[in-house]
Design a binder for this molecule. Structure first.
Ligand code: CA
Length: 222
């Protein structure tokens, strides 16, 4: 799951991003609305956290001006906690509203709740030949056994499960697992794949992960 945080306060943006990363989400921070537009144009996000007061405009005006179709769910973050502002936010097309200051655990709970809603991608458990990925619980299993995966291993597993039977190219994996400001070291993807493969092998399901040399990887049933 990849989240775009639109927040101009550097400390607040970094705290939110760090908190979400610790909870297993990939996270990018945009400091301005124009950066948010660029991010949305170049990567797919599952959710947007949107501040209202931004240097190049009002977050709610920006939200109102965007076509709703194709935009991921939006949680508005703002210090304006009056009822009128809340209604304005929801009318502008936000899915939820969280007044600052908030506890990181509450933000994470709201994020998970939005991602669980029908129509959002997090709804259904994905299954493939004895492998399962539960997006709401962020849990993976193989042949009935829970897989203990680190954050990027879980992200890779999710990516491959969502596109089961298709080859997922290395570039797409990098984009899905790393935020724009996180460097991808050489062989990083291979290392994540090999750790995931070892854990699948330990669960007796290693042969489902296929390497397409020079292209990418795929999960499929035997
Ligand atoms: Ca602000």
């Amino acid at each position: 799951m990849r989240i775009l945080v639109v927040e101009d306060n550097p400390r607040m943006g970094d705290l939110i991003a760090q908190g979400l990363r610790e909870r297993g989400f990939a996270c990018d921070v945009a400091r301005r609305l124009v950066e948010a537009d660029d991010a949305l144009a170049s990567a797919a996000f599952d959710l947007i956290l949107l501040d209202v007061g931004l240097p190049d405009g009002d977050g709610l005006d920006w939200l109102r001006s965007r076509p709703q179709r194709g935009l991921p769910p939006v949680i508005v973050l703002t210090a304006r906690d009056g009822l009128a502002d809340r209604i304005t936010g929801l009318d502008a097309g936000a899915d939820d509203y969280l007044p600052k200051p908030f506890a990181m655990d509450e933000l994470a709970a709201r994020v998970r709740a939005i991602l669980r809603r029908p129509g959002n991608r997090a709804e259904a458990v994905i299954e493939l030949g004895g492998l399962t990925f539960d997006p709401a619980a962020q849990a993976a299993s193989a042949l009935g056994q829970r897989l203990d995966l680190a954050r990027r291993e879980l992200g890779l597993f999710e990516l491959l499960m969502r596109r089961a039977g298709e080859v997922v190219r290395r570039g797409q994996i990098e984009e899905g697992l790393y935020a724009f400001d996180e460097p991808v070291t050489p062989n990083a993807i291979e290392a994540i794949v090999s750790r995931l493969r070892r854990k699948l092998e330990e669960a007796g399901a290693g042969e489902r992960l296929h390497t397409i040399r020079g292209v990418g990887y795929l999960l499929k049933e035997d």
